[in-house]
Ligand binder design. Structure first.
Ligand SMILES: Nc1ncnc2c1ncn2[C@@H]1O[C@H](COP(=O)(O)OP(=O)(O)OP(=O)(O)O)[C@@H](O)[C@H]1O
Ligand SMILES: [Mg+2]
Length: 226
């Protein structure tokens, strides 16, 4: 099981949005997926209650139980796990960072978010876990995303090559217990999420698709004699 922690000590950067969207992308790619919601606000858990499907599974947990919850998820066949964390929660965030194979740090291309990213980077460094910043909610046009990329690299952080744009599909999809992949599968937001999922898979050495088991016991048709 591969575990991805979504961290940012700044509030409202898109942690929950990315966790839910990547989890649905992982399920669609054939990976049984679990989201562990460490945020007492329980936004991910609330989203799952408003959802028609019962996957991905969302488990509300306290960081002190993280190891056990991860072990149980693995025993139950989860292949992909996303940990959604709360802002301003250094100790809990550190536990999530230590348990993860990869940390994703969503960051809006705005000066206050960019400055706050150094605190989250320090946690990733302390945990000694690879981390990747992801620019989220970038304006569709203009130089802001490019300027943010330069600033993030300047802080010594690796940056995802995929930028997530500010799009209403990200907001509306969650209202109905969906993600952009279900709300607007052919839209630009869905395309960005699929590309971010693929990039995440590459980072943790997973194929972007996992073949589902198919019927194997079909006998070949007998040839009719002439
Ligand atoms: N790419 C995007 N385009 C448009 N809106 C977005 C995007 N990403 C996030 N949002 C919106 O921004 C708000 C904050 O996002 P979200 O709740 O995912 O952030 P968060 O980091 O989990 O917040 P918190 O720190 O409170 O847990 C939400 O209303 C969400 O719908
Ligand atoms: Mg959140």
């Amino acid at each position: 099981m591969k575990t991805i922690a979504i961290l940012s000590q700044k509030g409202g950067t898109g942690k929950t949005t990315l966790a839910l969207n990547l989890a649905v992308a992982a399920e669609a790619a054939g990976y049984p997926t679990v989201i562990i919601d460490l945020d007492p606000q329980a936004s991910a858990k609330e989203w799952s209650k408003s959802r028609e499907r019962d996957t991905p599974v969302v488990i509300s947990s306290h960081a002190s139980q993280l190891e056990e919850v991860l072990a149980t998820a693995k025993e139950n066949g989860a292949a992909f796990c996303l940990i959604d964390t709360a802002p301003h929660s250094e100790q809990d965030a550190l536990k999530a960072a230590r348990a993860a194979d990869l940390i994703l740090i969503p960051c809006r291309p705005a000066i206050l978010d960019l400055r706050a990213i150094t605190v989250t980077k320090a946690l990733a460094d302390l945990a000694n876990t690879p981390a990747l910043a992801v620019i989220n909610s970038a304006p569709p046009r203009g130089p802001l995303a490019e300027e943010a990329s330069t600033a993030i690299r300047g802080y010594g952080l690796d940056l995802a090559a995929v930028v997530i744009t500010q799009r209403m599909a990200f907001v509306h999809s969650l209202t109905g217990g969906q993600t952009v992949l279900e709300f607007e599968p052919d839209g630009k937001a869905a395309d960005e999420i699929r590309r971010l999922f693929k990039l995440t898979c590459t980072q943790v050495n997973l194929p972007a698709f996992r073949a589902r088991k198919t019927e194997t016991s079909k006998k070949p048709e007998k040839r009719r004699s002439a």
